[in-house]
Design a protein around this ligand. Structure first.
Ligand SMILES: [Cu+2]
Length: 351
């Protein structure tokens, strides 16, 4: 039974904080990479409203990001903006930046300390080979970020240029943060790009949301290095798609997790009912050798994922309406959480 679990966990076991806007200011890519087995979909939408003389026309500047995590340190992705001002002559309103990121130093966002990442990229509107070296430093409520950017044909100009950017995030609570940054091409005749945002974690979800003001039009290395003449307002929404969530598409829901079949018929010393994204009992206490059973009353999958170092052999997924039983042989305190819903937490105490 253990190899099956370990295999599943290799895909699943990773914190969810990497995608959070509470650790990255709006116009800095930062050092974050989606966790392995996660496809990240982020949507930035900014706009300005023209004066009455122009009929209050709303001009929109959306950027979509789709990125996939390969292991814990590498990501590949694309930013696509459909109202780009990076290349004005010739005018290229569609801008795609294909990028890879390798976090050379440091852990995922949310872990205190220093992180360094390199992000090579290609910008289709500028026809430019771009890149960024980014540094994050997280301590307590603060994350400070810096970036050095290079572009072979910035804004479709023939000569290479560099840009610098710096930003900060201040987490007021676990759920709310303020962030701001500034970035600019080095040299004359270019307006700096800036942003300021109020960031939120959406409770009981892996999603984060920010309300933003900025003068940057597309969320790419080039777009974040050049300011527009107007202030844009808007938002960003981050959506990590855990590929494991799609397992029910390919597997019939099982009443009982098969690996625990022998245990399911034994009497459980404690039962935790999962309902509406909550573990019914935060803490259950059993004696060594006893069984704890989890019952999923929701119509979607949850996991009972124990924190390291127990995760490798004490974890499992519950299909919709499924059940899970685990026997605890060693006394100790075993905190656990649900991978798709990190705000779901519980503890098993074994006496
Ligand atoms: Cu869950």
């Amino acid at each position: 039974m253990r190899p099956v679990l370990s295999c599943a966990l290799a895909i699943l076991a990773a914190p969810l904080s990497a995608q959070s806007l509470l650790y990255r200011s709006p116009n800095l890519g930062g050092t974050w990479t989606p966790d392995g087995g996660v496809v990240q979909f982020n949507f930035v939408h900014r706009f300005y409203v023209a004066p009455a003389a122009s009929g209050h026309k709303v001009t929109n500047f959306p950027t979509f990001t789709v990125a996939a995590g390969l292991g814990q340190r590498i990501a590949v992705g694309v930013h696509y903006g459909s109202n780009s001002l990076v290349s004005l002559s010739p005018y290229h309103p569609n801008e795609a930046e294909v990028y890879a990121r390798y976090r050379v130093v440091g852990a995922t966002a949310g872990v205190p300390g220093l992180a360094v990442a390199v992000t090579p990229a290609y910008n289709s509107a500028a026809q430019s080979a771009d890149g960024e070296l980014s540094v994050d430093y997280t301590r307590g409520s603060f994350t400070l970020s810096g970036a050095v950017r290079g572009m072979s044909h910035p804004l479709r100009n023939p000569d290479p240029r560099a840009a610098l950017a710096a930003g900060a995030v201040w987490r007021l609570t676990d759920y709310v943060a303020l962030s701001a940054d500034v970035g600019s091409l080095l040299g004359p005749t270019t307006r700096a790009a800036w942003s300021a945002a109020l960031d939120f974690v959406i409770p009981s979800s892996p999603h984060t949301f920010s309300l933003q003001a900025s003068n940057a039009t597309t969320s790419t290395i080039e777009g974040n290095s050049k300011g527009f003449t107007k202030i844009l307002y808007g938002f960003e929404f981050t959506i990590p798609l855990h590929l494991s969530r799609f397992r029910p598409w390919f597997h019939r829901p099982e009443r009982v997790v098969r690996i625990n079949q022998p245990l399911m018929n034994a009497a459980a010393a404690a039962e935790v009912v999962i309902e509406v994204l909550r573990f019914g009992s935060d803490t259950v206490t059993v004696s060594a050798g006893q069984i704890v059973k989890w019952v999923n009353r929701d119509n979607f999958e949850h996991t009972v994922t124990f924190n390291a170092p127990d995760a490798a052999h004490l974890s499992g997924a519950l299909s919709p309406k499924g059940e899970l039983a685990i026997r605890f042989d060693q006394p100790g305190t075993y905190p656990y959480h649900c991978l798709p819903h990190p705000t779901m937490k519980g503890v098993v105490v074994v006496k």
